[in-house]
Design a protein. Structure first.
Length: 308
């Protein structure tokens, strides 16, 4: 498995990230425009919108070596402002200038990001870039001031080093769909089963405490599946309300990537209604969203405008 360092800095790249990663591309809009095998693989994600990125051709060769070598399940690390802010796995790749122009138009030279790759659902992270963990072709380390310019598919050694570095900050990188309990966790599950009384619970807790004493928890960064919903609807609802909470009036905070943060809430539970449209959604701050899901009526009333 290799790691692709993918810069995403500046206004244009930020817009591209919002449009085709954060929001995504409508899957059905690709029907008949990409090969059937690729479409079927995207369909298996069970997502209405799919996430996609692209690379421009090399000016001299017209090809793109990083894209040619890139393989399914390679990791992509999106980079901006000397930090890695998003991680995801590659699903598949296609070359399609028409789609690239439709999604991202062209750059100042008339080129577009036609070397396209689709990614599985990823995760936001926050990891500072340390160039000294990587080696150049000649074996020398990069200088501390090195900045990532242009996509860079790392070799096996550098990929292993940067993955280890990311896991130092974020925990083990695993796929939600392939995540299984460790042998140690299985042992704990077996110990904790079959509890019926308070006394049994106390005894089991003591037993488990003995099992895990002085054993640090192994962290895992889950690259998880997302629910099938329309991210454009959620963004419209948030933008309509200027990202301000409709319950308490709280203004949004600014994320590390420079974007406002708020959450969209379905007034009727999506898992039950299976209907996803903006009229049934409201814009909330994270606290009010949690209170709506888990709080009682008094807690909700206390959150309303004028009460906090």
């Amino acid at each position: 498995m290799k790691v692709l360092l993918q810069p995403s800095s500046g206004k244009e790249a930020t817009k591209h990230f919002i449009d085709t990663i954060e929001t995504g591309v409508l899957l059905t809009s690709l029907k008949g425009r990409i090969d059937n095998e690729s479409y079927n693989k995207l369909e298996q994600l069970n997502q209405k919108y799919v996430k996609v990125w692209g690379l421009v051709p090399d000016k001299k060769t017209g090809s793109r070596s990083e894209w040619e070598i890139l393989r399914k399940d390679d990791l992509v690390l999106f980079y901006a402002k000397k930090k890695f802010f998003y991680i995801a796995r590659v699903l598949l790749k296609i070359r399609n200038r028409e789609l690239a122009e439709e999604w991202w138009t062209t750059d100042e030279t008339g080129q577009t990001w036609e070397f396209i790759y689709f990614i599985k659902e990823g995760k936001q992270i926050e990891v500072p870039y340390n160039p000294e963990i990587l080696k150049k072709i000649d074996g020398e380390k990069y200088s501390p001031n090195h900045v990532v310019f242009g996509a860079n598919l790392l070799n096996a050694e550098n990929s292993a080093n940067i993955l280890k570095y990311i896991e130092h900050y974020e925990g083990e990188i695993v796929d939600e769909e392939t995540l299984n309990p460790t042998e140690e966790e299985e042992k704990i599950f077996r110990i904790s089963s079959g509890i019926h009384t308070r006394e049994e619970a106390i005894r089991k807790i003591a037993e488990i405490t003995k099992q895990v004493e002085n054993k640090p928890v192994k962290e895992r960064k889950r690259i998880a599946k997302s629910l099938v919903r329309n991210p454009k609807f959620a963004r419209l609802v948030k933008e309509k309300n200027s990202f301000i909470c409709e319950i308490c009036g709280q203004e949004p905070f600014v994320q590390k990537n420079g974007l406002f943060y708020a959450e969209a809430h379905h007034k009727f539970e999506l898992a039950k209604t299976r209907i996803d449209f903006p009229e049934d959604m409201i814009c909330l701050c994270p606290t009010c969203h949690r209170v709506l899901h888990y709080g009682n009526e008094k807690s909700l009333q206390n959150r309303k405008k004028g009460n906090i």
